[in-house]
Design a protein around this ligand. Structure first.
Ligand code: GLN
Length: 485
């Protein structure tokens, strides 16, 4: 059983299917590992120990009896604390939902269970997925497995850390403006935000409904393909999921990418990128050239408006989505109530953290009668331009190459202002505004900290990203995750 945690989901799955490894033993070992190392990392907010072991036993039994099993049979996976799972506490890492237990399985959770994956636990995140540090969780902070004095990124920081710490094989995150890709980059793992409308959001606690998308985080691109096979596809409970065919994503692995055209947007290579991060981008492009790829300069002229546009639209949608948490129907209710106004005001004032309140206030303001045209409507128009930029660029190239973040993981005690943090999202949020898919893949290290490259694709072009990503991994070479024990 030595070092099984180092394997990819793809590899461990083979071993389970062949009967070389029993899922129950594996799950047991994974929990031992989590008990040993997670107090230093804090990837998880809760574990499903008894349930997971029971589920693993059932899968082992099925395999032993030669019954048909799902695509992730017996593989330990984790979900983010904003994905509803029946009978499990799901809190969005907020006080306002600290007592909430899921009463149904959200679609991705249902699909994981149908694929016979073993959900071992629920991972930490920024409150309501608003943030890029995982420091705003009501439960605890998460530390970067590469350096415990640094953030893992966010908001899916627990999910990315759980993979970097080799505590799970696939971890689902959600990405509204970069929350899968940025923590994946900071933690040296792979993370994909699928096209808007590729994966159901049913059972995902909404942050900004027109931007949110669930996606996988894992050690290798092959695991992303496997996870996408399970979670993608139409859903009767989410009308925004597009009813188009889901390919077998594993067919894009280990392909020749000679002749592929990769666009490099000039607006993304700006001052302000850490020069060492920049060097990794340049050397990664060289590696793509070795693969016979053609590198083409493209222009995305509205890039500079992406951050302000996102920080109008996302808070506007959040203020509307979060109106349901009123202390009446479910969630936290203040004890300090004398009348109906107190009930709403005190429950919300006590139940939400500062960043969530900040966004509710911004959102309410930009949607208010007097300012709607100046802010929200304007932002929607700029969003359309950002989307047009990508459409034009994709007329000439197959995928687009960019950094994920201008920096490596910042220090936990780094007191960045909200605006400074918002500006860090510059390379990830355009993909959400345009609805296109993006993947972050580890490419190198700066002072011992991982740096990822980002590949962006055409709508529903996840396969091309997997193809290019899998080819890149080969020229990049082996990628070791930190030893933690
Ligand atoms: N960092 C971004 C924000 O704070 C992205 C969050 C996300 O993708 N959920 O909004």
């Amino acid at each position: 059983m030595e070092n099984l945690y180092k394997l990819s989901a793809f590899e461990i799955r083979e071993k389970i299917l062949k009967g070389e490894v029993k899922s129950e033993d594996l799950v047991q070992k994974i929990f031992e590992r989590i008990e040993k190392i997670d107090s230093n990392i804090g990837s998880f907010v809760s574990l499903r120990k008894e349930k997971a072991l029971q589920e693993a036993r059932t899968i082992d039994e099925k395999i032993k009896n030669g019954e048909k099993v799902g695509e992730l049979a017996g593989v330990p996976v984790a979900i983010k604390d904003n994905m509803v799972s029946e009978g499990d506490k799901t809190t969005a890492c907020s006080k306002i939902l600290s007592n909430y237990t899921g009463i149904y399985d959200g679609t991705v959770v249902k699909k994981l269970k149908e694929a016979d994956a073993i959900i071992i636990g629920i991972t930490n995140m920024d409150e309501f997925a608003m943030g890029s540090t995982t420091k705003t969780s009501i439960h605890h902070i998460t530390r970067n497995p590469w350096d415990n004095e640094r953030v893992p990124g966010g908001s899916s920081g627990g999910a990315a850390a759980s993979i970097a710490a080799q505590e799970a094989y696939i971890s689902l995150g959600s990405d509204t403006g970069g929350s899968i890709r940025q923590p994946a980059s900071f933690c040296g793992v792979v993370g994909m935000k699928p096209t808007y409308g590729r994966v159901s959001r049913y059972g995902l606690m909404a942050f900004a409904s027109s931007l949110d998308q669930i996606g996988p985080i894992a050690k290798k691109v092959e695991d992303i393909a496997l996870a996408m096979n399970v979670i993608a596809g139409p859903d009767d409970y989410d009308a925004t999921v597009v009813n188009c065919e889901v390919p077998d994503y594993t067919q894009f692995l280990n392909q020749d990418i000679k002749g592929m055209k990769i666009g490099v947007p000039k607006e993304y290579f700006i001052d302000g990128i850490n020069p060492e991060v920049r060097k990794i981008m340049d050397s990664s492009l060289e590696k793509f050239k070795e693969l016979g790829v053609e590198i083409v300069e493209v222009s995305l002229p509205h890039t500079k408006y992406a951050v302000p546009t996102y920080y109008v639209i996302a808070p506007a949608e959040a203020s509307s989505n979060l109106a349901r948490f009123d202390g009446v129907r479910y969630g936290y209710r203040s004890e300090n109530i004398e009348n109906i106004n107190d009930l709403y005001i005190n429950s919300r004032s006590e139940g939400f953290g500062d960043e969530v309140k900040r966004r509710i206030m911004i959102g309410t303001y930009v949607l208010s009668a007097g300012f709607y045209d100046a802010y929200f409507k304007k932002a929607q128009k700029v969003r359309a331009k950002i989307k047009d930029d990508f459409e034009k660029a994709f007329e000439n190239v197959d995928i687009i190459f960019t950094p994920v973040s201008p920096t490596t993981a910042f220090r936990l005690d780094d007191k960045k202002t909200p605006i400074e943090l918002y500006l860090e999202d510059i390379f990830t949020i355009s993909a959400n505004l345009a609805g296109i898919p993006g993947i972050s893949i580890p490419a190198g290290k700066v002072e011992g900290l991982p740096v990822g490259i980002q590949l962006l694709g055409k709508p529903f072009g996840e396969g091309e990203l997997i193809k290019a990503g899998s080819a890149f991994e080969k020229v990049r070479g082996e990628w070791e995750l930190p030893e933690l024990d």
